[in-house]
Design a protein around this ligand. Structure first.
Ligand code: ZN
Length: 210
């Protein structure tokens, strides 16, 4: 049985908004360094100078993260090897900048979840990480800050700090998924962990690119 054609739930306005969002996302992603660039394997150096230049860089990163529909972005991903990241784990939250982050504590309790990465378009793999994290660092003004994070926020922060150390989700997943993801990257395809079907029997797109 076929549905009548006019049941398309999207109005023309909605479609236009969506295509604008997609165009902005594409433009943002074009600025992000992709897998294969050696910068992603490099360790970033501490930020020593706080001032207008740093604040401008934080603004630029937050805009690219927002337009890219990402939940986090490390300076490394823009080819800048400085220990600086932005994150926003909830859609209605404010982007937060963290400079020279240090992991103070990680919980023994681990959680396995699917992660994507703005530097690995079309790729997601399962990554096991501590559920809770305590991280210190500085804000864009140079003031010391400490963050107690759990769940997605803790995951995003660990993902971004990994970027500052030249570590990718491919280095954090099981061998089989790493192999599958590398094959997809070589062949220009996409990869997601096996058996990740949603209620409608379709692969779900994780909104956790960082
Ligand atoms: Zn990433």
């Amino acid at each position: 049985m076929s549905e009548p054609v006019d049941t398309d739930p999207q109005s023309a306005d909605e479609r236009e908004v969506e295509s604008e969002i997609l165009a902005r996302r594409e433009a943002a992603l074009a600025k992000v360094v992709k897998f294969g660039d050696p910068v992603l394997k490099s360790r970033a150096s501490p930020v020593n100078e706080f001032g207008p230049g740093l604040r401008a860089e934080v603004e630029r990163m937050a805009a690219i993260m927002r337009d890219g529909l990402g939940v986090g972005l490390a300076a490394t991903q823009l080819g800048v090897l400085r220990r600086l990241l932005v994150f926003q784990a909830t859609p209605d939250g404010e982007p937060t900048a963290l400079i020279n982050p240090e992991v103070e504590w990680l919980s023994d309790e681990l959680v396995l979840a699917e992660e994507g990465c703005l530097s690995l378009p079309g790729i997601s793999v399962d990554v096991e990480r501590p559920l809770h994290a305590r991280i210190s660092g500085r804000d864009a003004e140079g003031e010391a800050i400490a963050i107690e994070a759990s769940g997605l926020e803790a995951r995003v922060l660990q993902h971004e700090i990994d970027h500052l150390d030249g570590v990718l989700i491919l280095d954090r997943t099981v061998r089989e998924q790493r192999k599958g993801a590398l094959r997809a990257l070589r062949e220009g395809g996409s990869y997601s962990p096996p058996g990740e079907l949603d209620d409608e029997g379709e692969f779900h797109e994780p909104r956790t690119d960082a």
